[in-house]
Write a protein that binds this ligand. Structure first.
Ligand code: CP
Length: 310
């Protein structure tokens, strides 16, 4: 958290489990009573400051604010802002805080949103910082799991792909480790295993059961949720390594033969090759519903951080 006067969302743990459950409740209510919420942010402005590419996160935040009756401004790449002239992030944030009521920012440097919130007079939402965290994707993921499975506990969750650089995975593990009886199956190539600091500080510290495997099929029949991820090209230092690893796992219809009938297949998107398009028609495929859900949970989050009375 930043100062006492404003709430930020930098890390998913900035929200308690109770607060996350409340956000999910509000998001659910918005999906069935959207009109009730359509003017709650009248007169408010949300700024989206994206120093890295995005489709879903930026546009779903903008859609969320517009659906609440608010307005949006911002930039989708640093080259169109005065950062390109050498202005510091600190100064940029300080200035933009005078133009809006809440800031959503994505940055390639881990920790940049934390630095920003120390200089900002308005709430800051981390929309992804390097290979570190992506807490609003996690809210979207939890909302999706709750909708599909009707629970956030007693689940076997397979996380597959780039567990080293995948910030959505890091935040999701941190969030789900606070729910009861969660078992993680960590499926990755050796080179892209979950970082030790997350295993030690999150999984081991909280006695969360997990196994690591390089074989996507080994635990397929046990999974309640399969969370596929893209190999994060932009975090690699060496293109040859990326090319060697990018198609390591490809989920297709045939591989789902041994999976549970009520498996929930998720992906934060964008997808490259890791889910074959023949899976899209399978009723267990939830990744496009997941992207839609992002708007409603982000509406709930904006209302919370702006302290709008419901
Ligand atoms: N899931 C996600 O963060 O997508 P974008 O990079 O398109 O925002």
């Amino acid at each position: 958290m930043g100062n006492k006067l404003k709430r930020n969302l930098i890390d998913i743990k900035d929200l308690s489990v109770k607060e996350i459950d409340e956000l999910i409740k509000v998001a659910n209510d918005i999906t069935s009573n959207e009109d009730k919420y359509s003017k709650l942010c009248d007169g408010k402005i949300l700024a989206t400051l994206f120093f890295e590419p995005s489709t879903r996160t930026r546009l779903s935040f903008e859609s969320a604010m517009m659906r609440l009756g608010g307005k949006v401004l911002g930039f989708s790449e640093a080259s169109t802002s005065s950062i390109a002239k050498g202005e510091s992030l600190r100064d940029t944030i300080r200035v933009i805080g005078g133009y809006c009521d809440i800031i959503v920012m994505r940055h390639p440097k881990e920790g940049a949103p934390l630095v920003a919130c120390q200089k900002s007079k308005v709430p800051i939402i981390n929309a992804g910082d390097g290979g570190h965290n992506h807490p609003t994707q996690t809210l979207t993921d939890l909302f999706t799991i709750q909708k599909e499975k009707k629970r956030l506990d007693n689940l076997v969750v397979g996380l597959c792909g780039d567990l080293k650089f995948g910030r959505t995975v890091h935040s999701l593990i941190s969030a789900m480790s606070r729910y009861k009886n969660i078992k993680f199956i960590l499926i990755s190539p050796e080179e892209l295993k979950l970082p030790d600091y997350i295993k030690e500080e999150v999984l081991d510290k909280n006695n969360i059961e997990y196994v690591e495997t390089t074989d996507m099929m080994e635990y397929m029949g046990e999974l309640d949720v399969l969370y596929m991820t893209r190999v994060q090209k932009e975090r690699f230092f060496n293109e040859a390594d990326y090319i060697r690893l990018k198609d390591y796992f490809i989920l297709n219809k045939e591989k789902l033969n041994s999976a549970k009938k009520d498996l929930v297949i998720m992906h934060p998107l964008p997808r490259i090759n890791e889910i074959s398009i023949d899976v899209d028609d399978d009723e267990r495929a939830c990744y496009f519903k997941q992207a839609d859900n992002g708007v409603y949970i982000r509406m709930a989050l904006i209302l919370k951080l702006l302290e709008v009375k419901l």
